[in-house]
Ligand binder design. Structure first.
Ligand code: OGA
Ligand code: NI
Length: 365
């Protein structure tokens, strides 16, 4: 018999009798007898969703040269800000090159994340914790296993790194690398948000100030997508948009990210030394819908292990996020979203199925 997925009840039994709280995808993927995925991981895609392509030559993925915001001529800077605005409006994301984060630091972070996932399961599961979104460190699998109808082929660690810095102490060196990476990406995110504010016709520090970014939430979500014996049946992460203002994503050279653009799934490459910058829900709200948070997903493969690290730059937990009053006109452009405290928004995300823009739709007027 070819199909020999580990018996779930036996598995539950061994979980009950140890310090292991759940079975990670990595454990499952490494079980020698695995030739097919358990049915709990079988993801049925909507055939309407299934137009998957590489970007068209005449509509390429936008690439922004970050350095031009600082060392460019005034014309180059103005054009870069316009390009950022157009990318946020038309794609909801862009690739960022010539940024201020050293390539060696990006690679070191990915190596450390790999090393974390390679710790013994017992060691990682010290961070399995409760299900609270404000837990500073959460190691887990799928998205929200108690809510997910189908499990996703993904393990993760989520770490809150600002306003207070947290980090696992293992593996050695993780904490220092993570701290440095977070400092650098935080600066990058805030600078980008200045350009984005300007692109909306607002003062450069508008978003920084009104979203209280001095006390802003910053979170790292590192994802591990282990090789999957039936990649066409499983999903690493389902279609969703992110909470927060921006998500700065890096990858380990293995592709898997797809974004929804004009009703087609577009493959995004994993380019070294490049950030994928995703417009997230709170930026859509602040811009009153001018900029669209991008719906994206992660597919898996049967060949390579994929790692991605998302850095979410978000308002402070207590900020009530609402459309910028400067962008609203009651007659011609009324507010399209109700205000909601960031913390409540995150809670809403936790208690909902992760699918498309289901959370954002709840604050839409
Ligand atoms: C995320 C995410 C996509 C990826 O962490 O929010 O969408 O490619 N990740 O791993
Ligand atoms: Ni995401």
């Amino acid at each position: 018999m070819a199909s020999t997925a580990p018996d779930a009840s036996q598995d539950q039994e061994s979980i009950k009798n140890s310090s292991i709280k759940f079975r990670s995808v990595k454990t499952l993927a490494e079980s020698p007898e695995l030739t097919s995925i358990p049915s709990s991981y079988t993801f049925t895609t909507n055939p309407d969703d299934e137009l998957v392509t590489d970007p068209d030559d005449d509509d390429p993925i936008p690439v922004i040269d970050y350095s031009l915001l600082f060392i460019g001529t005034p014309d180059q800077r103005a054009k870069t800000i316009r390009d950022i605005g157009r990318a946020c409006e038309q794609w909801g994301f862009f690739m960022l090159i010539n940024h201020c984060v050293p390539k060696s630091l990006m690679e070191k972070l990915v190596d450390q994340v790999f090393a974390f996932f390679n710790l013994k399961e017992e060691e990682k599961q010290e961070y399995a914790g409760s299900k609270n979104v404000t837990d500073p460190i959460r190691y887990g699998t799928s998205f929200n296993p108690s809510m997910d109808k189908v499990k996703f082929w993904r393990d993760f660690i989520k770490i809150i790194v600002h306003p207070e810095f947290h980090s696992p102490d293992k593996p050695p060196g993780f904490r220092d690398t993570c701290a440095e990476y977070c400092r650098k990406t935080r600066k990058l995110g805030r600078e980008l948000l200045k350009g984005i504010s300007e692109s909306l016709g607002l003062e450069a520090d508008y978003i920084d100030r009104t979203m209280n970014l001095d006390h802003g939430l910053q979170m790292i979500a590192a994802n591990l997508y282990s090789p999957c014996p039936q990649p066409e049946l499983a999903m690493g992460m389902p279609p969703h948009s992110d909470h927060g203002l921006l998500n700065l994503l890096i990858q380990n050279g293995v592709c898997g990210l797809q974004v929804l653009h004009n009703n087609r799934w577009i493959n995004v490459t994993s380019t070294p030394n490049c950030f994928v910058v995703l417009v997230s829900d709170h930026l859509e709200i602040v811009s009153n819908g001018k900029y669209k948070s991008v719906v994206h997903r992660a597919v898996v493969s049967n060949k390579a292990t994929r790692i991605s690290v998302a850095t979410v730059v978000a308002p402070s937990m207590d900020t009530v996020v609402e459309p910028a009053s400067e962008l609203i006109d009651n007659e011609t452009n009324p507010a399209a979203y109700v205000g909601m405290r960031h913390k409540d928004y995150m809670e809403l995300q936790r208690t909902n199925h992760l699918y498309g823009k289901s959370v954002l739709n709840q604050v839409r007027i």
